[in-house]
Write a protein that binds this ligand. Structure first.
Ligand SMILES: NC(=O)c1ccc[n+]([C@@H]2O[C@H](COP(=O)([O-])OP(=O)(O)OC[C@H]3O[C@@H](n4cnc5c(N)ncnc54)[C@H](OP(=O)(O)O)[C@@H]3O)[C@@H](O)[C@H]2O)c1
Length: 289
């Protein structure tokens, strides 16, 4: 076992709240001692405190503020949003100075290894930087959030209103993992695995690998609801991306249509064979906004 018992989560957002909840479940069993939540704001933290977390207001521009918040912390789990990744650099420096043993950078998507451009490039660079400052890291490659993504209309997926726009034919295979399962896997890993397994390790996790069409069909069968699905030819998706390389909706559609998997199936979930994740359809119907 790693022996990690004291955790700091940076950013209680879309994913962070699930990881905090899972850590607090383990706190109730005695496996975890302390769950600190780093936040920029003193307001709105009552619910976290009531559940047993310790919110600490930090200034990401102040090394002493970060170092003081990280005293006694074994592992920092960053769940900062995509627009906030730059603050992981000072956070990593402060973690090293405070004696933190492991840093989990904010990844939780496709494998960024070797990427140099866009959001994936930034994430990879952050991981390399952690190595440079001598802080062991672990990253979690999860694929798209199997519960959340279907309710994001700006990606073309508007399950709440029964309207879906698929980029391409919808038959490419993708690895999907729900936020509940990402949190379960991450907390299992950090509290149960040895440091030699955790340090500088890429965890590839997968709730289910399936196609967009199969997921939508499964949702219709499960709920009895008929979805209004339109298809955008893949050539048009490619053209949109050529015109605007920052068009994340088209980028995602292209990934899902070509290869959205996290790698060969035998490389998935290997550190926790008893994982037993939700299917994509289960994740779709249990989504909480
Ligand atoms: N695979 C997928 O489908 C998928 C989907 C969504 C996200 N992701 C990835 O998951 C990770 C977490 O994303 P998320 O959507 O959960 O994050 P989020 O909800 O956008 O943000 C998380 C927290 O980051 C803090 N934050 C925001 N802006 C900040 C700033 N400028 N400086 C410092 N802190 C800031 C906020 O906490 P405070 O206000 O309390 O400080 C916020 O609650 C990211 O790496 C993202 O790319 C993956």
């Amino acid at each position: 076992m790693s022996g990690y018992k004291n955790f700091a989560v940076a950013g209680a957002g879309t994913l962070g709240i699930y990881i905090i909840d899972e850590l607090l479940k383990e706190k109730a069993t005695g496996k975890v001692e302390k769950v600190v939540v780093l936040t920029r704001s003193a307001a709105g933290n009552d619910a976290l405190t009531a559940k047993g977390a310790v919110p600490i207001v930090v200034d990401y521009d102040s090394p002493s503020s970060l170092q003081s918040a990280l005293q006694g912390i074994d592992a920092v789990i960053s769940t900062l949003g995509g627009a906030a990744l730059a603050v992981q650099e000072p956070l990593g420096d402060a973690a090293k100075a405070a004696g933190v043993k492991l840093f989990v950078p904010s990844e939780y998507g496709g494998d960024t290894t070797g990427r140099t451009e866009g959001l994936f490039g930034i994430k990879n660079a952050q991981r390399l930087r952690l190595g440079q400052i001598g802080l062991p890291w672990a990253i979690f490659v999860t694929g798209p959030f199997a519960d959340w993504i279907w309710y994001q209309s700006y990606f073309g997926y508007d399950l709440a209103n029964g309207k879906i726009e698929v980029g391409g034919a919808g038959n490419g295979v993708t690895s999907w993992t729900s936020r509940t399962d990402i949190a379960r896997y991450l907390v299992y890993a950090l509290t149960s695995l040895s440091e030699s397994t955790l340090h500088n390790h890429v965890f590839k996790i997968e709730g289910e690998r399936t196609t967009v069409n199969a997921a939508l069909k499964g949702y219709e069968a499960r709920t009895g609801k008929k979805l209004d699905i339109t298809y955008v030819p893949i050539e048009e998706v490619q053209e949109r991306l050529r015109k605007d390389p920052t068009d994340f909706k088209s980028f995602l559609a292209l990934v899902f249509e070509t290869d959205g998997t996290n790698g060969p199936k035998e490389e998935m979930n290997v550190e926790w064979p008893e994982f037993n994740p939700q299917t994509v359809v289960e994740a779709m119907v249990t989504y909480k906004p």
